[in-house]
Design a protein around this ligand. Structure first.
Ligand SMILES: [Zn+2]
Length: 419
């Protein structure tokens, strides 16, 4: 595929998405008004609208006469009767929900699967959750159009199958599309958890804003975007190695030749800042050999355990300092912090911001990056997955965008040059 065709594809998908969103938010609305709001020609708007009408989502609601011109057809969407399913399978939960086209979550269910060790067992939880949602949709009289399945790890570019589990070993080789399509009878789109978190954190004011979303969880993830236009950072060093497809900043080299990471490289950022790394450090410091679970670690932090709190605060400052340098190169207009470590309390976010201030030598962080603590992550992932399910369904070309990594040159350079 040539570069040019990809770009046109991407551009068209985003235009269609924007039109869908304007109708969803502001319908009933005339084409001329959509054209004005998005600064797109009326001919172009009409082409995309016809596609959406053909899909059966957008319909002509009514006609109105503006001045002496021809009557205008107003376009709208049936919000209450249409829905999409969002799955977030990210250690330690299977979280599923249905949202209608008004973006209201009308049913949801969250199961702790931290004790699950095999894919077969995990699949049973996923199937049970899917059945529960199907029943809820029938009860609420909602037509399900699509399903978005968000999970962590490296995903096959075509099928979405988990080719390398990272945070949750039981997801290894999980084929959500194969498992759920026959059951739910909707298309099933598989995306990385970071993408769902990013979309869950999107708000209206972000449409033209460069967002740098940091997800501090059992690992460390980052995702960049401008409104709904996502660019996954591509930091894999060896395209054929075991880390293939691990397109995440958690695996940039923080200390060359340093600690071994679960991706088999040494000195990754995540090997020092990830939840799993902090647990290891805590256990070493406490001389204990018991294996502390991630949930136990978080519970201790929430209960104000001094050891855990001090550890998170010092790592949070350091993480802010490391990333602070990258922010100056990337120049986002908004920085967001999510993740289960961040969920523990606003003091985690404060420590992270302190680190950025330290690195930048400025107190006035709000004016530069408008940092935001966006939690709880579980809810973000669910609402993001639901939102993606709605959008991807009508914007198939969007799928390769959300699944495919794209090089972000200036950022990669920033990492290479990081002092
Ligand atoms: Zn790594």
């Amino acid at each position: 595929m040539s570069c040019t065709s990809t770009r046109i594809f991407r551009h068209e998908a985003l235009t269609m998405l924007k039109i869908f969103e304007v109708i969803r938010r502001s319908g009933p609305i005339a084409q001329v008004e959509i054209s004005r709001r998005l600064n797109i020609t009326r001919t172009a708007v009409n082409t995309y609208v016809q596609k959406l009408v053909k899909e059966g989502v957008v319909y002509s609601a009514s006609q109105c006469r503006v001045g002496v011109g021809r009557p205008q057809t107003l376009l709208d969407i049936h919000r209450d009767e249409n829905g999409a399913i969002g799955f977030s399978v990210d250690y330690p939960y299977v979280h599923v929900g249905i949202s209608n086209f008004a973006e209201e979550i009308i049913a949801s269910q969250c199961t702790d699967v931290s004790a699950v060790t095999t894919r077969e067992d995990l699949e049973q939880y996923i199937v049970a959750a899917a059945r529960a949602m199907k029943a809820a949709a029938a009860r609420e009289k909602v037509t399900l159009h699509s399903t978005c399945f968000a999970t962590a790890g490296a995903l096959d570019g075509v099928t979405g199958k988990v080719t390398k589990a990272v945070n949750f070993p039981a997801t290894q080789d999980l084929d959500a599309q194969g498992l759920l399509s026959p059951l739910l009878r909707t298309p099933v789109y598989v995306v990385p958890s970071t993408v769902a978190t990013y979309w869950g954190g999107l708000t209206d004011e972000d449409e033209d804003c460069r967002v740098f979303h940091v997800i501090w969880d059992i690992g460390v993830g980052t995702i960049l975007g401008t409104g709904t236009d996502i660019r996954l950072s591509n930091f894999q060093r060896d395209p054929d190695g075991i880390g293939r497809g691990l397109r995440d900043m958690g695996h940039v080299i923080y200390k060359p030749g340093g600690r071994k990471c679960h991706c088999d490289e040494h000195g990754c950022l995540e090997a020092y800042f990830g939840g799993w790394a902090m647990i290891r450090d805590l256990q070493e410091a406490e001389g204990g050999k018991n294996s502390l679970s991630f949930l136990d670690f978080l519970a201790r932090a929430k209960a104000n355990d001094a050891h855990v709190r001090d550890l998170i605060v010092s790592r949070g400052r350091e993480l802010g300092s490391v990333l602070g340098w990258i922010f100056t190169a990337h120049k986002p207009c908004r920085i967001k912090l999510s993740g289960r470590v961040a969920d523990v309390g606003s003091w985690v976010f404060d420590a992270f911001c302190d680190g950025i201030r330290q690195r930048l030598g400025t107190q006035d962080l709000d004016k530069i990056f408008a940092p935001a603590w966006v939690t709880p992550t579980n809810e973000l992932q669910l609402s993001g997955a639901c939102r993606l399910a709605t959008h991807v369904r009508f914007n198939l070309p969007l799928l390769p965008i959300v699944r495919m990594a794209e090089d972000v040159d200036e950022l990669t350079d920033a990492v290479v040059q990081m002092p």
